[in-house]
Design a protein around this ligand. Structure first.
Ligand code: ATP
Ligand code: MG
Length: 339
């Protein structure tokens, strides 16, 4: 299992969490009974969440604090009894294997905790942000002008809002796709900084990502068809993964599970949607080409896209364009002159 590099957990990364306990919203109900169904309601981490949480995973001091702040509410709500293992600590998120509470009816849960470092990359994510609504901590679209301003100027409050919106997008994508019957981890609950979902793998080993697997010859085309079917289910539900590759597909017992959805976009609400969609399909085809299967990514992407009545040339809503941006103005001129 990968070991956490302690240097990844620098103090500055925890600045956002330092005052978290103070800022938690009122309304925490320690005695309410959590639902344990996959369609469970959204739970909040609040109050002195996680004060009792003591776990066996051997974390550094900062990481321990970070885990308690991020997962304490879930612990209080008896989703899990222990944090067992860091499955993967990356620059965007860390995912932990948790021992599920008996009441959940499952053995393990995966807890994905998002890192504040993500904030620093937000400048580069305009490709995905376009047309995406910003979501608040209850999963509703943010309409408050002051909140939008805070996000636009990247104040500390604005960054926190963007962070929440990012997590909400992942959680909602999982909910929608799970309800649609897609092969994604069952989303159980989300908090300020983490999502609790179905754990894919066994007691001693989490499911590896597909990029680390060499498929048996006789399963290559079947798994390929499976992935293509998942892409189609997503498109049918107005969802493009937008970071799809063999790195974001888990493989376990001959089955695949798609993961990692915070950047997912709507096909009709982003000018670059087809380009992003085609890139997803291309990355998948590249992996399967290496497994000996010939697939024409461009054709597959185009056929699927048009089958769902999406236009190959973007139909831009003027609201997506920034009048002060030279590139946007040129783009608009081009569209107008083409009409
Ligand atoms: N539900 C799950 N069950 C088992 N393992 C999981 C699950 N979700 C994620 N993982 C593991 O955690 C890793 C990171 O998860 P994910 O891809 O969602 O986050 P990420 O933002 O891409 O993080 P990173 O920057 O580390 O890639 C996955 O590659 C996988 O190994
Ligand atoms: Mg990933």
């Amino acid at each position: 299992m990968p070991k956490l590099n302690p240097n990844l957990f620098l103090d500055e990364e925890f600045e956002v969490y330092a005052d978290r306990r103070v800022h938690r919203r009122a309304g925490y109900k320690p005695n309410h009974n959590p639902k344990k169904s996959p369609d469970a309601a959204i739970y909040e981490i609040a109050g002195d969440a996680g004060d009792e949480l003591n776990f066996s995973y051997n974390a550094s001091r900062h990481e321990r604090e970070w885990i308690i702040n991020s997962l304490g509410g879930f612990y209080d709500q008896q989703w899990f009894d222990d944090v067992l293992l860091l499955l993967k600590g990356g620059k965007e998120a860390s995912v932990y294997q948790c021992l599920a509470n008996d009441t959940t009816g499952t053995d393990y849960l995966a807890a994905k905790i998002y890192r504040p470092r993500r904030f620093r990359n937000l400048k580069n994510d305009h490709l995905y942000r376009e047309g995406r609504v910003r979501l608040d901590e209850d999963g509703n679209e943010i309409i408050n002008g002051g909140m939008h301003h805070a996000m636009n100027v990247r104040s500390a409050y604005g960054l926190q809002l963007l962070h929440t919106s990012w997590i909400e997008h992942e959680y909602q994508a999982l909910q929608i796709l799970h309800a649609a019957g897609a092969r994604v981890p069952v989303p159980y609950a989300r908090g300020d900084n983490a999502v609790l979902m179905e754990y894919i793998g066994g007691a001693n080993m989490a499911a590896p990502t597909l990029n680390t697997i060499d498929l048996e010859r006789d399963e290559v085309s079947q798994i390929f068809e499976c992935v293509i079917k998942e892409i189609e289910i997503m498109l049918a539900h107005d969802c493009i993964h937008a970071d799809l590759s063999a790195y974001n597909i888990l493989y376990w017992d001959g089955e695949i599970t798609l993961i990692d959805f915070p950047q997912a976009i709507h096909p009709a609400e982003n000018r670059n949607a087809f380009r992003i969609f085609e890139r997803d399909v291309t990355r998948i085809c590249e992996y399967f080409n290496r497994q000996g299967l010939q697939a024409d990514a461009r054709r597959i992407a185009k056929d699927m896209w048009t089958a769902y009545n999406h236009r190959l040339t973007p139909d831009v809503h003027p609201g997506l364009l920034d009048g002060d941006d030279e590139a946007d103005r040129a783009y608009w001129q081009k569209l107008v002159s083409e009409d």
